[in-house]
Write a protein that binds this ligand. Structure first.
Ligand SMILES: O=C(O)c1cc(=O)[nH]c(=O)n1[C@@H]1O[C@H](COP(=O)(O)O)[C@@H](O)[C@H]1O
Length: 242
């Protein structure tokens, strides 16, 4: 059985024992893991090296957001870790994104390693329309997500993070070459938790997502392996491949 690399399991835990428990339970079914702030700030590069030693791909999600110079240097350093994907906030602006893209390309060339894909976070999937309005925005969330996706594409990002609710709009606006990474995935019957703009795995793929990021519906399930298998079956049955 070959793992479906469109599935990225988010390891939102804070110690290596829990990481090993999840990765061992999922075995060959999952080949791509996301390391976010909680885990990276807890154990650092240890987890990256562990996942690579297990033959897994790593999405390092530290959501860089600062002035261009700072983000470019940070992105260059993270490139040296040999991960497949890195995130930054599109809200940092086009100059920040362009500087990061250049730094990543230069560092990868210098080290002779593949360039990690740079993924721009648009509007967090936890934000609903009420919160969005409270933040002072006048246009609907979806319009802003599409606007940021176009900006990210123009600034050299390989993809964007958005909710599955906006995936189809992004596809229409940005074409087929942009990666559309969607968290906010909730299989039927799963807890919504703190996510607001959500959809099922099949609906996200049908809307044009290239990757599904799923954490708690799998990692907090009573049977982690069974929860993952259910998602993988749903993905396979959707039959769509971007
Ligand atoms: O960048 C992300 O990965 C991200 C962006 C976003 O808008 N929403 C979002 O949930 N995420 C991440 O995706 C994961 C979702 O986890 P669950 O809600 O447990 O499935 C978490 O690790 C979040 O940090």
């Amino acid at each position: 059985m070959q793992a479906d690399k469109r599935l990225i399991v988010a390891l939102d835990v804070n110690d290596m024992n829990k990481v090993c428990e999840i990765v061992e339970a999922l075995g060959e079914w999952v080949a791509f893991y996301k390391v976010g702030m909680e885990l990276y700030y807890s154990v650092g590069v240890t987890v990256i090296n562990y996942l690579k030693s297990m033959g897994k791909e790593v999405f390092l999600d530290l959501k860089l957001h600062d002035i261009p110079n700072t983000v470019a240097h940070a992105a260059g350093i993270l490139t040296g870790l040999g991960v497949s994907m890195l995130t930054l906030h599109t809200g940092g602006g086009p100059a920040m994104m362009r500087a990061a893209a250049m730094a990543v390309a230069e560092k990868a060339a210098e080290l002779g390693i593949p360039r990690p894909k740079l993924i721009g976070v648009t509007v967090l999937t936890s934000i609903n329309e009420n919160e969005w309005t409270a933040l002072g925005h006048k246009t609907p969330v979806a319009d802003q997500v599409v606007h940021l996706a176009k900006l990210a594409q123009g600034a050299g990002m390989d993809g964007v993070v958005a909710s599955p609710r906006e995936a189809a709009l992004i596809r229409r606006a940005c074409g087929d070459n942009l990666l559309v990474v969607t968290p906010g995935i909730r299989p039927v019957g799963a807890n919504q938790d703190d996510q607001n703009r959500i959809a099922t795995p099949a609906a996200a793929l049908a809307a044009g997502a290239t990757h599904l990021v799923i954490g708690r519906p799998i990692t907090a399930a009573p049977n982690i392996a069974e929860a993952a298998r259910k998602v993988i079956r749903e993905m396979a049955e959707s039959g769509l491949k971007f």
